[in-house]
Design a protein around this ligand. Structure first.
Ligand code: MCN
Length: 779
């Protein structure tokens, strides 16, 4: 049986399930010190004075420092790698705030002590004199006259304005028989990885060398940026990711604590460890979403959309983290969704607020785009009196490759097939019949059916396009395949899995290409001393970039093995056939050799072709020619108790096209996880600040992360249009569920409430919000 496409059980799981995995917090080094960060309780305050003397005098304390104290140790601020426009306002972002604290949780001082408890106790002894200032926390108020300004030097909270226009939008709106104008709010979300962040730095003072263990998604990028900002030569810096318990985008960053731990290990000459607490994570790790979306559609009387106009106001938070400004723009091309439109206008205004910085959170820009267009298409359907499925079919792009009005090219897909399948699996007609029956008998439990069709761009991406978008790094990735003498195969990958199962799927790809067992492939990742170059894991890029690099590296191994076998068999290389890891001479299949046998011959090197290097390995660095374009159609079915406002998600059907599937079990798992997070955005999760800028949802008691109990078992199906862009035919899957589902669920909620004339409920659709919407509709 071919390994690609087989539901191979994850090779990663035995150690995770038996507690043998090793996370940063499992690591202890001799002489290790602990770091604790003193954080501002104010969202906005002038730092008048910081006195660390009491903390320094406390038991077990080795050092206590303010931002000013460390000015010479950390020469540069935290990096932002995505200055999206030439005139963007980029504030300096010191690891510890020096003049002002700009959000509740902003680090202002650190304490280093012999144990975690001693460090925490001493941190409470640091005396910080603040002069509280008025704060702005609401994205909608950031640009209001008189709003407090987060960074005085800019004199405004406007960070940037980024436009994209194609076609004659004004004309399309002037000519439109029907227009729709909607305003939506993307709730602010807190990524809740099971493992909070953590970092441990071991210095070797005699060599000026440092090993950094970090719970990060980006060991390679982190190495480059720590070297640049803390001033350690890259060659003296090794970054290791041990097991990492999830990230969902939040660990795609360079954080203050990483800079601090490295600088303090250098300063104090001892290992330094910092482990984030959950309530600390809620303020000190980036947040996601938080934007206001205004979207308008121009359409014919039948509901054929001619133009889409969008304006976003997107919260950056108090500072720009690694890719903060670019996140809303990852949706910039997608606000016309799966639809064939002539004209397109998009503007995003990024604004500063006195809140935790936002950055990548699963889907990053694309759930927002899908949400806006899919909600607006439902609004259009209501206006022109068409069924939501019918209006989508009327507008779908039908031919591929398809040039989007916004300028990019979708390589493949079949939007009609996905919708048809999703409706068939859901039993759409029966659901509508049941809905009508409940309405007729005035049931207190109304049924709502919501659709969401999406196409997304992931796999980030061709380096040249990233450059055109002013992103500071490339989009390539690396893979090395090394055949060991006894039949095992070692893979070195530049990706950095933290829950996605690359060890398994990379093994499957190699097993198929080289004809070896999945079990005999060893996949090494997440250690810059083992794999020095890579671009890591985010943006559902790993398979479409790193996995394809692996495919090409296998080509190099096969080519060299072919030359060895030809030499051994005294045949011409062109006369060899290759199948399932074995070369045979055309016409005499008994005469042959396997790649494994060639690997042994390459290791002994007793009899290789003249001039050939011993050893059998191949490295490939792959820079993709296009983004990866998954698409699909999802259906959510909700039941709303109209007396309490409670929303119960009864069913969820997902039909996704992720191209060729390497491992259906892993793909299903990715889709399930993504849907759970998207449903959470729609129904449960919201980071809420009070007007002073205190985070009211600072713990998991009041920030409601759903569990399996709140969710049905999702019905996950696929259509499969292999990507013509890469030889594996694969597209990314890591974010699809989170991208499609908020719109599906909210369209279902609004659909259920349509008898009351409700056209919008703000996410998350809590019982209170739903109940109020019904009450207002009824009055
Ligand atoms: N896959 C496959 N066939 C396909 C597509 C993917 O078998 N056609 C497999 C891949 O080989 C890989 C997995 O599915 O094992 C995910 O692949 P891909 O879509 O390339 O995504 P990445 O590996 O780059 O993962 C990043 C993505 C993102 S952006 C977020 S956010 C996210 C996600 O993955 N965070 C996660 N899934 C997560 N899963 C876990 N457990 N934890 C996180 O933090």
């Amino acid at each position: 049986m071919a390994a690609i496409g087989a539901p191979v059980l994850r090779k990663e799981d035995p150690e995770l399930l038996t507690g043998q995995a090793r996370f940063v917090d499992d690591l202890t080094l001799p002489g290790m010190l602990w770091l604790a960060v003193v954080r501002s309780p104010y969202a906005h305050a002038k730092i008048v004075k910081i006195d660390v003397s009491k903390a320094l005098a406390a038991e077990g304390v080795v050092g206590a420092f303010s931002g000013e104290d460390l000015a010479g140790d950390i020469p540069a601020g935290l990096p932002c790698a995505w200055p999206v426009t030439e005139d963007i306002h980029m504030p300096t972002h010191w690891a510890l705030a020096r003049d002002k604290a700009r959000y509740a949780g902003d680090g202002v001082a650190v304490v280093v002590a012999e144990s975690r408890a001693l460090a925490k106790d001493a941190a409470e002894l640091v005396e910080v004199e603040y002069e509280p200032l008025p704060a702005v926390t609401d994205v909608g108020e950031a640009l209001a006259d008189g709003a407090p300004v987060v960074h005085d030097e800019f004199g405004t909270n406007r960070c940037y304005e980024w436009p994209l226009t194609a076609g004659d939008v004004d004309r399309a709106f002037a000519d439109a028989a029907v227009t729709v104008s909607e305003r939506y709010r993307q709730n602010r979300l807190i990524p809740v990885a099971m493992e909070p962040r953590g970092v441990l730095v071991q210095p070797v003072p005699a060599q000026g060398e440092y090993t950094v263990w970090s719970s990060t998604q980006i060991p390679h990028i982190l190495r480059v940026l720590l070297a640049m900002t803390v001033g350690v030569p890259e060659a003296k810096l090794r970054v290791i990711t041990p097991d990492v318990g999830g990230g969902f985008g939040s660990k795609l960053n360079v954080y203050a604590e990483e800079q601090l731990a490295l600088a303090l290990a250098r300063k104090l000459g001892r290992p330094i460890k910092w482990i984030e607490e959950r309530s600390e994570a809620n303020v000190a790790t980036i947040h996601g979403r938080d934007m206001i979306q205004e979207i308008e559609l121009a359409a014919t009387a039948e509901g054929k959309i001619t133009a889409v106009r969008t304006h976003l106001t997107a919260a950056m938070g108090a500072y720009l983290q690694l890719v903060t400004p670019g996140i809303p723009l990852l949706g910039a091309w997608l606000y016309a969704g799966c639809y064939d439109v002539e004209a397109y206008d998009f503007v995003c205004t990024g604004v500063f607020t006195n809140t935790t910085p936002t950055d990548a959170y699963r889907g990053a820009g694309r759930p927002e785009a899908t949400y806006a267009i899919e909600r607006a298409v439902d609004a259009l359907a209501r206006k022109v009196g068409k069924d939501p499925a019918e209006i989508r079919r009327l507008n779908f792009i039908g031919e591929f490759p398809a040039n989007l009005a916004s300028g990019l090219t979708v390589d493949s897909g079949d939007f009609h097939a996905a919708l048809d399948k999703a409706l068939a699996v859901a039993g759409y007609d029966n659901l509508r019949t049941e809905q009508a029956a409940r309405r007729k008998r005035k049931d207190t439990k109304e049924l709502g059916i919501g659709l969401s069709a999406y196409v997304e761009m992931c796999g980030l991406a061709p380096s040249r396009i990233l450059s055109a978008l002013r992103y500071a790094a490339g989009g390539w990735d690396t893979a090395t395949i090394r055949c060991l003498p006894t039949g095992s195969v070692q893979v070195l990958t530049g990706t950095s899995p933290h829950g996605q199962g690359h060890v398994t799927t990379w093994s499957q790809i190699v097993a198929d290409r080289l004809g070896v067992d999945v079990a005999s492939v060893e996949v090494l990742h997440g250690d810059t001393a083992v794999v020095p170059l890579g671009m890591d894991t985010y943006g559902s890029r790993s398979l479409a970039v790193g996995g394809v690099a692996l495919y090409h590296a296998a080509d190099k191994v096969i080519d060299k093995a072919r030359a060895i076998v030809a030499h051994k068999l005294e045949a011409a290389a062109e006369d060899l056939e290759y199948e399932n890891g074995r070369f045979s001479v055309k016409g005499s299949p008994d005469q042959g050799m396997t790649v494994t046998e060639a690997a042994f011959a390459a290791w002994t090197a007793h009899d290789l072709p003249d001039g050939m290097e011993p050893g059998l390995e191949g490295t490939f660095v792959y820079d993709p020619p296009n983004f990866s374009w998954p698409s699909g159609a999802h259906v959510a079915v909700v039941e709303i108790d109209t007396e309490t406002g409670a929303v119960d998600l009864l069913r969820y059907v997902a039909v996704d096209d992720v191209g060729t599937v390497i491992n259906p079990t892993i793909v299903d798992g990715q889709v399930h996880g993504g849907i759970a997070q998207g449903v959470a955005q729609a129904l449960f999760e919201e980071a809420v600040y009070d007007e002073d800028g205190n985070l009211l949802t600072g713990s998991l008691v009041n920030y409601l992360v759903p569990s399996a109990v709140e969710l049905p078992s999702f019905e996950v199906e696929r259509t499969e249009c292999p990507s013509p862009t890469n030889p594996l035919g694969v597209k990314g899957v890591g974010e699809t569920g989170a991208i499609a589902s908020p719109a599906a669920v909210m369209n279902a909620v609004v659909d259920a409430l349509s008898p009351w004339g409700v056209e919008d409920v703000r996410m998350p659709a809590t019982p209170e919000r739903v109940w109020r919407a019904i009450a207002e509709g009824a009055s």
